[in-house]
Design a protein around this ligand. Structure first.
Ligand SMILES: [Zn+2]
Length: 425
């Protein structure tokens, strides 16, 4: 059950029935579409380009009629109509901040930050009123650290706006101020731990941490186990982007990431923009309800899937599954898309494999796929292992390939998992 003994939790929203949730989202969707059409030149332009009026989009399925906006579209729009690309809605009150994200992309921060999605995420992670929280996300130009800072305020927690870097200072602050919560990337938390161990500190006694919230990076389960084991606290992640905010957050169950009531998340076919069925893997596309920088169907470039079955925590939202990779890591072989995450899936069944690389080449106008395998140690039945690997690869990837074993160290550390060496003439 959801612990709501202290601080922030909105039962009404987070446990509503499926029917109520759908009705609620439909209402919010109509509202933001009409708002965007009226006040954002770019959104109006996108509606007009496909000859659709906001009233024609009544359901989540109808959203398919609206074109996808990719990051590159946003960058181009901002070049053509500087500085905000016409997406902005300038309110009477003015704008609080202008953020600059890689691209470069300019984005607006509202005067009164009321978006509760990151607050929900922090609460689900275990951060409570009265906690003292080290925010190590970067306060330089980009919005995430500020959004979390405002969210901690909504939660009633105290923030130390430290940003990243200077690890020995971070460690001193954590001890002197009895810090109970960490916000930052998982890799930075690992760096702090390693430095503290180097100083012979006892992580469970010298630190006062109760919870850690991580994001902005891939967070493999093996790293979670390592960090949780060392610190003896729960570590939860959330997923979002600077353009559309928080799209999912983990609860104590860590069975996928709950999607807040204040955003619409679709999983779509990257090529067609059509919505995929529940559970299928595709690109994460989001529509937020921001009144200053509304984004309708923004494509994140990240791949995941949706989970519908109920979560034991009591929240009733649909959840986002693991982030499986980027859409641009995909390679087409024999006309079939293969993703690095699919190969990772094959490899989980072969513990004897240390590392692998798939190389795609072309011979006499035909694609060739070779999987190079480095083993942890020599195996007795290499021929049998090769056969099993080839069979499994064929089943999961739907593409036939050949397995070749290489010496230890034969695959460079930073090699691409799928290396496309085809030359097109
Ligand atoms: Zn849950």
């Amino acid at each position: 059950m959801i612990d709501r003994t202290h601080g922030y939790y909105q039962k009404e929203r987070e446990t509503m029935s499926k029917r109520r949730r759908e009705a609620y989202l439909k209402e919010r969707l109509s509202e933001i579409l009409r708002y965007g059409y009226r006040y954002s030149k770019a959104i109006q332009g996108r509606f007009d380009a496909v000859g659709v009026k906001p009233e024609k989009i009544k359901t989540l399925k109808d959203l398919e009629k609206f074109p996808i906006t990719k990051k590159a579209d946003l960058v181009n729009a901002q070049k053509q109509t500087p500085p905000f690309g016409g997406f902005e809605v300038v309110l009477k009150k003015g704008m609080r901040r202008i953020y600059i994200s890689p691209g470069p992309v300019f984005e607006l921060g509202e005067w009164d930050y009321k978006d509760i999605r990151w607050t929900q995420a922090l609460f689900a992670c275990g951060i409570r009123r009265g906690d003292v929280v080290l925010n190590t996300f970067n306060y330089h130009l980009t919005p995430l650290a500020f959004m979390l800072d405002d969210s901690l305020r909504m939660l009633g927690a105290t923030v130390i706006p430290v940003g990243p870097g200077n690890i020995s200072m971070q460690i001193n602050l954590m001890r002197q101020l009895k810090v109970t919560g960490y916000l930052g990337t998982p890799s930075f938390l690992m760096s702090i731990i390693e430095a503290a161990e180097g100083m012979h500190l006892d992580l469970k006694k010298d630190f006062h941490l109760k919870a850690a919230f991580v994001g902005a990076e891939m967070f493999p389960e093996s790293l979670r186990q390592k960090l949780e084991g060392k610190l003896g606290i729960p570590i939860r992640q959330a997923y979002g982007t600077v353009d559309v905010g928080c799209l999912g957050y983990e609860c104590s169950e860590k069975k996928g990431m709950h999607i807040s009531e204040d955003v619409i998340v679709e999983i779509v076919d990257t090529e067609t923009g059509r919505q995929l069925e529940m559970g299928a893997t595709g690109e994460i596309v989001a529509t937020n309800f921001s009144k200053v920088f509304p984004m309708i169907r923004f494509a994140t470039g990240d791949l995941s899937y949706l989970i519908e079955h109920p979560c034991p925590c009591g929240r009733t939202s649909i959840r986002l599954g693991r982030i499986l990779g980027r859409t641009d890591q995909v390679t087409k072989v024999w006309g079939i898309f293969i993703h690095p995450w699919q190969v990772d899936e094959v490899m989980t069944k072969f513990p004897e494999v240390a590392s692998y690389q798939i190389v795609v080449t072309r011979k006499e106008y035909r694609d060739q796929m070779t999987m190079y395998i480095e083993l942890k140690e020599a195996v007795a039945d290499q021929i049998g292992l090769r056969r099993r690997l080839e069979k499994e690869m064929d089943e999961v990837l739907k593409v036939k390939g050949q397995v070749e074993f290489v010496q230890r160290g034969g695959i460079p550390d930073r090699a691409k998992k799928i290396d496309d060496r085809r030359i097109w003439e």
